[in-house]
Design a protein around this ligand. Sequence first.
Ligand code: UDX
Length: 461
Amino acid sequence: MKITIIGTGYVGLVTGACLAELGNDVFCLDVDQHKIDMLNNGGIPIHEAGLEEIVARNRAAGRLQFSTDVAASVAHGDIQFIAVGTPPDEDGSADLQYVLAAARNIGRHMTGFKVVVDKSTVPVGTADRVRLAIEGELTARQSDPQQCPVTFSVVSNPEFLKEGAAVEDFMRPDRIVIGCDDTSEGQLAHAMMKNLYKPFNRNHERTFWMDVRSAEFTKYAANAMLATRISFMNEMASLADKVGVDIEAVRHGIGSDPRIGHSFLYAGCGYGGSCFPKDVQALERTAGAYGQELMILRAVEAVNNQQKHVLGQKIVARFGDDLSGKHFALWGLAFKPNTDDMREASSRVLLRELIQRGATVAVYDPVAMPEAKRVLALDLGPTFDQQRIRFAHNAMDALTGADALAIVTEWKTFRSPDFAQLKAQLKTPVIFDGRNLYEPDAMADAGFEYHGIGRSVLTRT
Ligand code: UDX
């Protein structure tokens, strides 16, 4: 099928490359000439496992092209995916200016039936606004006698891709959510979307068909539920620390109940990334617009904001308010492993706190170091001083002479370090583990003072 993807960000690029991999003829559009040039020269603007190979293979096969040509992009695809960014507005609601601009472009250039798919995470009711934006352009063109009336249908097909596993998630989805309306155009769109996603439904039907608004809402409800589980466990972990309970034992104990399940129950130093913080806020704003307050989500957000300070608080409790003269090693900068994404990362909160309290820090992340340099310069402004933050060559190098190690991201490579070497590198063998990577008992036996999250019952100092 002929597909256009508008926006070659993280969602658009993965969607475009994977749809090409399935044999579709895909045209990817972006306004950023630099990014398009990079993609046309074999470069990949994001770090995502398996993506580079798929892009290269499908470009070579002529099934995947990148361009800034708006008219050509509209002409190409029978299905037009809108996958542009929806950054939070000042008040936390999703900013739809890029989505609506993409819709207007489609309306301006289309000459035949188009299925317009909202792939970006957009609030309930956005499909109606996209429809109105396209209709507005079509009406403006009606004065042209050469124009035949053209029809279209707007569909909601939210993505459920996890960064770092996005290609795998796209190729092996646990579900596909598609919302179509029940007009005749909607029925045509339904048939075309069914055909597009047929390869995923061969052995087992994975598509949930619903109305457009319910599909839009499903995405927010999924992320809000996952964020809620994390904040719930983080709140339990704070209490566990106080009452002498091991949150890891509790996690096993409750997760084995099939009604609860094991996933997304890991206490840590807070969730980050491009989705959870933004989507929780956007859903709260949607509710606010209808006069409802989402009390649970307000608490989810508050607990998470607090949780990002938990490592800093543990460090202050151990070393005091004034950290001048102290030096720390920090492992992990990205908001989670297998990505270089620093958006809303807990490392940013901890680093700011350590620097403001006068400490120096040596940081290491397997892939996010270049992105961290860019982001930290913005975060810390004039206090961003390479004398006070050292970008280490490797994990062990970061430890040299440090009063303690703090771990913020659960990269696999941090899971089984050479503990004897680790201890030898540190000035004092103290670890603040924001992701509960190690067993407190084993750490105590190895001679470490170990501070996990919600594991105080086992901490021997
Ligand atoms: C999430 C959703 O999982 C995905 O379906 C949606 O499309 C986009 O948002 P992503 O943001 O890539 O994906 O990351 P995810 O793996 O879900 O982790 C989000 C954050 O939660 C990370 O900071 C992670 O460290 C944290 N987390 C996750 C926990 O603190 N505890 C957990 O148990 C799980």
